[in-house]
Ligand binder design. Sequence first.
Ligand SMILES: Cc1cc2nc3c(=O)[nH]c(=O)nc-3n(C[C@H](O)[C@H](O)[C@H](O)COP(=O)(O)OP(=O)(O)OC[C@H]3O[C@@H](n4cnc5c(N)ncnc54)[C@H](O)[C@@H]3O)c2cc1C
Length: 407
Amino acid sequence: MRNLPLRMQDRIFHDLILPQETQEMREKAREFAVREIAPLGHEIANKEESKESFPSDIFYKLAEGDFYKIPFPKEVGGLGLKYPVCATVVTVEELAYISDSIAAVYDVHCILAGHALMYGSDFIKQKYLRPMTTAEKIGCFATTEPIASTDLSLRALKTMATKKGDKYVVNGHKRFITNSCVADFVTALVNTDGKLSMLVIDLNSKGCRVGEPDKKMGNKGQLTADIYFDSVEVPAENLILEEGRGLHIALGTLTYGRVGIGASGVGMAQSAFDESIEYMKKREAFARKIAQFQYWQFRIAERAIQIENARNLYSKAALRMDQGVEFPEPEAAGAKYYGTECAGDMARDAVQIFGGYGFMKLLEHDQSTYKVEEIYRDCKVPEIYEGTNEIQKLIIARELFGKEFTA
Ligand SMILES: Cc1cc2nc3c(=O)[nH]c(=O)nc-3n(C[C@H](O)[C@H](O)[C@H](O)COP(=O)(O)OP(=O)(O)OC[C@H]3O[C@@H](n4cnc5c(N)ncnc54)[C@H](O)[C@@H]3O)c2cc1C
């Protein structure tokens, strides 16, 4: 990488998997993240959530850098890359290395909301997707409800959309919806008279209300909130595909999302790893550097291999998606589960390596801050969202045993 700080992965591993086009995109994303996000990273990770705390400067700078165009074909305003999925997920990794909040904002805007729209009509793509690629519109994606998320069955999902003439009338309530506080529209999973369907709903419609942002453990720059629908009228042309195809669209979109979340785990793990290596070479105990203790040498060697394996897994899932495979299992589920678990394992070790300093948001004595503390908080939620890791293991088990054993 030209003029950029070398990371451990570049020194010891060799990317023989991803295409040149993707490696160039990685370099561009890394350069952006180091220049634009790193100076604000600590603030983003620690600021209490409010509608004003959305990292809008960075959001719009990502648009200036054409990052929201990466996943899409030219017909809808995208870059028209040969390997768009690979480029998108390495971008997520590079953003997450610096700030998982920003990686999540990016992931939801273009992978979740954007990819769901890719199933839509030309009208939907031109009205909602094209302006998303330049950030003229912000999108969000909603399947979760107060009592439905892992279980997205008709029985559990309570948001109803009743057809009346050329409109749907929507009543219901979505929960934890990322970017909803600032979004223009939501792609929402709804129940249309006994069928799961996906509608695009303008958030400034009469009867639609977005709550205040939730206060969370980590990923504080990723704002989530409830969305309430009270007799909201939605034009029938805002239906994506047909009635009854909503779950397919949601699962296809979440499968792509999971490859991205796996990549975000790799970004956080690599960041915690690199912080740890630097610290271990400087910090002393018993007149030796921490890096001289074989216990930690072995532990860090294990993590180096784990992180590279996680990167290889998400890369393989992305390559399969770029070959046109909609559900690249078991790679996608494996990438999500293994990449996010890897981030949790590495973050826990990193805080331990830093000792008491790893527990500090701010050391009063010299005002120093510790990125590993931030990663420790941020790495938990990727094990939960876009399908919990238990569900990823269920998907892998289904590949192994078939539905007759795992339904
Ligand atoms: C910060 C954040 C951002 C989010 N952003 C969005 C968003 O933008 N859009 C959106 O729609 N949702 C979003 N979500 C919701 C997220 O996807 C859900 O929280 C997640 O899918 C889990 O659902 P749940 O919280 O209802 O847990 P539950 O479904 O209640 O699950 C609870 C526990 O039970 C386990 N479990 C359930 N079923 C099984 C089973 N069959 N076998 C074994 N274990 C099982 C789960 O793995 C989990 O550990 C977000 C959540 C958070 C925290």
